[in-house]
Each structure stands twice: as structure tokens, then as C-alpha cells.
Design a protein around this ligand. Structure first.
Ligand SMILES: Nc1ncnc2c1ncn2[C@@H]1O[C@H](COP(=O)(O)OP(=O)(O)OP(=O)(O)O)[C@@H](O)[C@H]1O
Length: 223
């Protein structure tokens, strides 16, 4: 039997106070196994990014259970969550969260250094080359276009060869040809590593490549 990479049981997420209080996830249960590729589709505001944040341990579920890579995410502290992400979970968010004072190379390399990954410089250089940014290694985020910043964020997520890759609209800022190349790269990387991929997308071509498609509507998975 394959091991579940992700196992959610009746996950609820409620954020905000008073009149801003919003039930964002309303009882989500799902299981994703090692080696699976899953696309998440849904209307704007349906809860896709919030679901990904809960799986990444960036948001704590308000109720229910979240197990990722065998860890009970609700029981881990911030440092333990950060270490788990650094070693085993690659995350590409809609806001890329690149560090403005670091070059593209440093943005990809430093997280690997922090968890003691082997050959961080060589791996960072190879991954930046794979996303077409070999010539931009020494540029700072402010000197890069939105699409280039997105590709640095993708290289940062894939370079440590994570067991689980989570990507929120990874081709959102890219032209069609570059987007297709990046999607090839994501699927190739996870296939080579036997890793799992969860990708939020509005692009039918991306959804088509995934082994499974989940639809979310109003904080619930649609049947
Ligand atoms: N901190 C917060 N407090 C209250 N409501 C929030 C908070 N963060 C997000 N929301 C609401 O939760 C809902 C789900 O947001 P989420 O970003 O998960 O949607 P999404 O499906 O990823 O949308 P999009 O496709 O537009 O990125 C939205 O209605 C949003 O306004």
C-alpha cells in the first residue's frame, strides 16, 4: 500500500474576527498518495489558496486533522514546520516571497544551506538554468520581471528535490510558451523524484496533465 503524502479529515478553516469572520474551508477530507499529481480547480475565493496554506502548515486548521508526510501539522510548532518545509515541501505561492536583499542565486541557495542540503550552490545554479534564468543569477528581485521572479520562486521550491511540491497558479505571470516549459519542468521534477504535486490552476492544459483533478466550491470539495 502506498503511503499517504497528505491526509485531511474534515478540515475547517475560519479566519477573521467579528464581521470579517469567514468560514473558508467547511469540512475538507482528502488523501493524496506519493507520486500523485493533483490539480485543484475552483472559482476565485473558493478556498484553493487557503487549502494549500493549511497543507503547507502556513495556516493552522481551525478544526479537523491535517497529516502531511506522516506529520500531524496541528501539533508542530513554527520552527518544526519551517524545517519540514525546508527539507521536504516545496511551496510556490502567488506572492513569491523572494527576499529583496538577496540575488536570485541566493534566494534559491540559502534555504538549502539552512537545512544542510548538499551542494546548494551547484543545485541552485542548475535549477535557475532549468527555468531559463542562468543569466539572471546575480540580479535582485527588483531587477527582475514578474515572470522572472515567479521562475526564481519555482526554482527555489524545486531545487531541494522535495517529496511534496505545492504550487499556486505557477504559470499565472508567464507567457504561454514559458508557462508550458515551466509546467513540463514541474511534472518532470516530481516524476523523477517520485514526489507528489498539488497545483492550483485555472489553465485546462495544466489540469489535463494531472493524474487527478479536485474541484473546490465555497470551501468544500465537489464530488
Ligand atoms: N484572513 C482572512 N480573513 C477573512 N477572510 C479571508 C482571509 N483570508 C482569506 N479570506 C477569504 O477566504 C476566501 C478564500 O480565499 P482563497 O485565497 O483561499 O481563495 P482562492 O480560491 O485561492 O481564490 P483565487 O483563485 O482568487 O486566488 C476568500 O473569500 C477570501 O476573501
Amino acid at each position: 500500500m502506498t503511503n499517504p503524502l497528505i491526509q485531511l479529515e474534515d478540515v475547517q478553516l475560519t479566519l477573521g474576527e467579528g464581521r470579517a469572520r469567514t468560514e473558508i474551508l467547511r469540512g475538507v477530507s482528502l488523501r493524496i498518495d506519493e507520486g500523485e499529481t493533483v490539480a485543484i480547480l475552483g472559482a476565485s475565493g473558493s478556498g484553493k489558496s487557503s487549502l494549500m496554506a493549511v497543507v503547507a502548515g502556513l495556516e493552522k486548521a481551525s478544526a479537523g486533522s491535517v497529516r502531511v508526510l506522516g506529520e500531524d501539522m496541528g501539533a508542530l510548532g513554527e520552527d518544526q514546520l519551517a524545517r519540514l518545509r525546508g527539507r521536504s515541501i516545496g511551496v510556490v505561492l502567488q506572492a513569491f516571497h523572494l527576499l529583496p536583499t538577496m540575488t536570485a542565486l541566493q534566494n534559491v541557495m540559502v534555504p538549502m544551506e539552512l537545512v544542510g542540503a548538499p551542494d546548494p550552490r551547484a543545485r541552485a545554479q542548475a535549477e535557475l538554468a532549468a527555468v531559463g534564468l542562468a543569466a539572471r543569477e546575480n540580479h535582485y528581485p527588483a531587477q527582475l520581471s514578474g515572470g522572472e521572479q515567479q521562475r526564481v520562486a519555482i526554482a527555489r521550491a524545486t531545487a531541494p528535490a522535495p517529496r511534496l511540491l505545492l504550487a499556486d497558479e505557477p504559470t499565472g505571470n508567464l507567457d504561454a510558451a514559458t508557462g508550458a516549459r515551466i509546467i513540463d519542468l514541474l511534472f518532470d521534477r516530481v516524476a523523477a523524484a517520485g514526489a507528489g504535486l498539488v497545483v492550483i490552476t485555472h489553465d485546462p492544459a495544466v489540469a489535463e496533465r494531472a493524474g487527478r483533478v479536485l474541484r473546490i466550491a465555497d470551501g468544500r470539495l465537489a464530488a
